[in-house]
Design a protein around this ligand. Sequence first.
Ligand code: ADP
Ligand code: MG
Length: 554
Amino acid sequence: VTAPETRAFEADVSKLLHMMVHSVYSDRDVFLRELISNAADACEKLRYEAISNPALLGDDPQARISLTLDKEAGTLVIEDNGIGMTAADMAETLGTIARSGTKAFMDKLAADKDGEGQQLIGQFGVGFYSAFMVAGKVEVVSRRAGEADAATWSSDGLGTYTIAPADPEAAPARGTRVTLHLLDDAKTYAERYTVERIVKAQSGHVPVPIFLHEAGSADEPRQVADGIALWTRAKSDISEDDYADFYRSVAGQFDKPALTLHYRAEGRHEYSVLTFIPETKPFDLFDPDRKGRIKLYVRRVFITDEAEILPRYLRFVRGLVDSADLALNMSREMIQDSPVLSAIQKGVSNRILSELAKLAASDPERYAAIWENFGPVIKEGLYEDYERRDQLLGLARFKSTTSNGTWRSLKDYMGSLKENQTAIYYATGNDLDRIAQSPQIEGFKARGIEVLLLPDQVDSFWTTMGVDYEGKPFKSVTQGAADLSLIPLAEGSSSAAAPSEEASSFIAFAKDALADHVSDVRISDRLTSSAVCIVAAENAMDLQLEKMLASAGR
Ligand code: ADP
Ligand code: MG
């Protein structure tokens, strides 16, 4: 730009901003975490680009974030010496909704009928625009590393923003300065006490040091976060709170980790791993791209979060891997194809699964809470990851006709097999209670045979893949003539009587009348109190799967 230009925000941004401006959300502190994390990201991007172009660092190689408070002016300034933005970068990233998280937030908001959008802000962390929760005006002055020109972006958050050339003298030599003109009811964010507290609580573990300075004070800026990568510290020096804070900043989550895994792999390949399983479902869990969010570092330099270190069915795991053997000057594409990365992918995936198995054995309740959230995702692995299928079946938990709402493992199931039972029986559907009531399982109940109740979409897929467990195949109760006659009825139950003459003539009549619609009509051992039920033919598609495919237009 050569002259100031005022532009309208993208429609979605306007909606989001409206929400921020009118926010009555109580935990406004999160805006600072968002801005600090952007500043830290910018420093990490520079560090990465400087590997191939060291000149970008100039005479200022040490990454830094500084916060300047001005009580008189009512401003809070967040400045970094990271990668910076050109005017074009600003128009692209600060006028649109670039990040998928924010998109997901908007979708959620659109679907939100009960006006709980305010709560959603806290769950999502909505990035840069959250500044408008506390500021009536936001100014961004930035200079992209290696560029001569600097630019200014400013907005009051009411529909338009302005981009203009910035005075090169007054702009940062490199990086970005964000100035928040605080709202009257947000002046506390110009106070040292408040800001220091928030930084320590939310951003104490970003990998860039943070300094705090008060305008008009003769004191040296004080360091409020040391910027030392948490994962490089000894486990014994890290508290649970440290891990939780780090988790929130690395994962962009606001909850706590349900499981933390921190270790160093040594031997053929050396790398550190710090990963977390969230306590609640991340909003992007069922995004169509099914992308993972594990960050890849090479000797403390952030490289990419697109390395797909874990299989997609573990995409809920957050955190990072820091490799000591990958070459820093490898391109991201070369890293993707490197054998070192494959070894890391394999090692970390196996370790996470084995940690889950350990937890399942040592603390079934905590494990059940994880399964409750992520079981439907992990089960995708049953059809995607043939090699680890047995391991995954070991981790799987199910509700069943005999479990009274508790989770059962397949091992539990095997322990309650009836004499002559040749298969693991299951019933699929959309709703647990409805499945439990379905007439197809009456005959099983009457014989005390446990039937797994599978309410998730994914269940209709993996069950058709010829899966077996310890030699017993999975068999849908809707498929074929379940051979129940060999298994005696439980005491006190009655089944349909042996075919009487009346029954036989009814069957002949029904076959005739329904000839165009069904392939067979027969007396069934499945039913005890219902008169009829529809089943799929042996080897035919499971009914639930058939319904799903039909509704998907197949
Ligand atoms: P996210 O950080 O998830 O991408 P944000 O809304 O927080 O989403 O930021 C949007 C984009 O604005 C960033 O991706 C980045 O490109 C740009 N940006 C924001 N702050 C900075 C900064 N301090 N330095 C460089 N770029 C920035
Ligand atoms: Mg951000």
